[in-house]
Design a protein around this ligand. Structure first.
Ligand SMILES: O=C([O-])CC(=O)C(=O)O
Ligand SMILES: [Mg+2]
Length: 232
């Protein structure tokens, strides 16, 4: 591993990132073709946060948060800090002191492939955090890593400057080049779901709305009365 800090990676527009955050993880993930989701292991430290921001990445050694300290200085308003460790770890590398420094810099939240701690304080200060674990396990500041290099979390590659969208459903990444398509496709999906929601509230069934009823025989699904069912 090369111990680099990349100081000026290109990043997506922070306004676009905020718009995608407003659409939410499930919508943007579906709209892009069911890609980019980090998986259900990434959970919010507290419920109700919904963000979209541009990634600043930190690659740390397990149990060592030196590179988070280095990364904080690279963060700008509208960013989301993304922390990966170069081998699996659940240690609580991040807590309210880091959150205080990031909030001061206009950072919208943090995503950690390891653990988070100080959850009560994070909730109280309203700083959003997603992680694979909650852990009080403390860390050292001893080993060099990298900042703003591509990292892999939950099987997804996150490049610095990509958009990270996160809410109660989890975390997803939108590659920078896909942001225009994500915006258009997500808005189309929002509109389509608004129409479906109104129809369902009115009593229409998905079977009819999505043209599924006519296809049921193709699936081999048959309807039988209870008496016939128990007699067979
Ligand atoms: O200081 C640490 O190692 C992590 C932490 O708890 C904090 O940021 O508050
Ligand atoms: Mg702490």
């Amino acid at each position: 591993m090369r111990n680099v800090v990349v100081t000026d990676p290109p990043r997506a527009d922070v306004g676009d990132a905020e718009t995608l955050g407003g659409f939410g993880t499930a919508t943007v993930h579906e709209a892009l073709g069911r890609v980019g989701y980090l998986g259900p292991e990434f959970r919010p430290a507290w419920a109700g946060a919904r963000i979209g921001g541009t990634a600043v990445t930190a690659l740390c050694w397990p149990g060592d948060n030196l590179m988070i300290h280095v990364a904080v200085e690279q963060c700008r308003p509208g960013d989301v800090l993304v922390v990966a460790t170069n081998s699996p770890s659940t240690d609580g590398l991040f807590g309210e002191l880091f959150a205080t420094a990031l909030a001061r810099r206009g950072v919208r939240g943090v995503v950690l492939g390891c653990g988070v701690r100080d959850v009560a304080e994070l909730r109280e200060m309203g700083f959003p955090a997603w992680s694979r674990a909650v852990s009080a396990q403390g860390s050292v500041k001893a080993t060099a890593g990298a900042v703003n290099v591509p990292v892999v979390l939950g099987g997804q590659t996150i490049h610095p400057g990509d958009v990270v969208v996160a809410d109660d459903d989890g975390v997803m990444v939108v590659p920078r080049a896909d942001v225009p398509r994500a915006l258009t496709a997500s808005q189309a999906r929002i509109d389509k779901e608004a129409a479906s929601r109104a129809a369902f509230a009115d009593g229409e069934l998905g079977l009819d709305r999505y043209g599924l009823r006519d296809k049921l025989p193709e699936f081999g699904i048959e309807y039988v009365s209870y008496d016939k069912w128990v007699a067979e």
